[in-house]
Design a protein around this ligand. Structure first.
Ligand code: ATR
Length: 273
């Protein structure tokens, strides 16, 4: 019998750590599978995914820039995927249909909960793109006191608030330059750190008890986390735990077992030294 095939699809994809993570998960849980990375030209997304599943593929992770395309591709969607309007995990069902799910939010929340409860906390989310939208519902489920969204393009923050108001009343949008309050938890969901750019935002949002989380990660502190420390934040966390956490949840959706993540996190940290 041929070995079960999984892959991550994106463009570009060569930097992806998902093959190493899932190969280690398979090892840790004694599962027999192969996991690769597939670089897809944007116009060939559907065709490539169809071929993957026709040729014995069982599941896919989907990354930038295809999460919305994967949302449109899936035959069924989880509630998580529906609210995020984006899919990062595709699962082939026994009847040949494909289910789309989104494990990003659970990956983030589980990682944050290692450092702080979110219940009754004042939360600031910076950014109103796909990354922000993908994690809002799981954060709301933790029943924070309030969620404020700021974004360089204010109208995008406003539309996100309108979308989530039916689920949670204490959500509001503030213009990036006008934010003044201090927050318990700040999540940077912009791609600014990725481009090595700093955000033009009021430093008063941070005090020493503020927990700062950057969805990006790297060998050294991200631009945002370096800045947060300079403003006095004692607890800053990068997005490696979110990356490994979302992968573990995808693995569970495909294989029915949840791998332990500690050793994989350590391996990636070591490989970046
Ligand atoms: P993703 O799917 O990663 O969220 P995206 O949808 O392109 O990607 O969104 C990127 C987010 O980072 C947006 O909120 C963007 O702000 P705009 O909506 O104003 O474009 C934000 N962003 C990127 N670079 C930024 C910068 N230098 N300063 C502030 N915000 C930035």
């Amino acid at each position: 019998m041929s070995i079960d095939q999984y892959a991550v699809v994106g463009h570009p994809i060569s930097h992806s750590k998902s093959p190493a993570i899932h190969t280690e998960f398979a090892h840790l849980t004694n599962q027999s599978l192969q996991y690769t990375a597939i670089d897809i030209e944007p116009e060939l997304f559907e065709q490539t995914i169809n071929e993957f599943f026709e040729n014995g593929g069982k599941g896919l992770n989907v990354t930038v820039p295809f999460k919305e395309k994967a949302f449109a591709y899936a035959h069924q969607l989880s509630d998580r995927a529906k609210t995020a309007q984006a899919v990062n995990t595709l699962i082939l069902n026994k009847d040949g249909t494909v289910t789309g799910d989104n494990t990003d939010g659970a990956g983030l929340v589980n990682d944050l909960l290692q450092s702080t409860q979110l219940k009754d906390k004042r939360i600031l989310i910076i950014g109103a793109g796909g990354a922000s939208k993908g994690v809002l519902l799981p954060i709301i489920e933790q029943v924070p006191q309030s969620i404020t969204i700021v974004n360089r393009t204010f109208s995008k923050a406003q539309s996100l608030v309108e979308q989530f108001l039916p689920y949670y009343k204490a959500i509001n949008a503030v213009e990036l330059e006008k934010i003044e309050d201090c927050f318990d938890v700040i999540i940077n969901a912009t791609s600014a750190s990725l481009q090595g750019q700093s955000l033009s935002i009021n430093p008063n949002i941070i005090n020493e008890n503020t927990v700062c989380y950057d969805m990006m990660y790297g060998k050294d502190d991200t631009v945002f986390n370096t800045w947060a420390k300079q403003q006095g934040a004692k607890k800053v966390i990068d997005g490696l735990g979110m990356l490994v956490g979302q992968a573990a949840f995808s693995f569970y959706l495909w294989r029915g077992v949840t791998p332990k993540t500690d050793s994989v996190m350590q391996q990636i940290r070591d490989s970046m030294k």
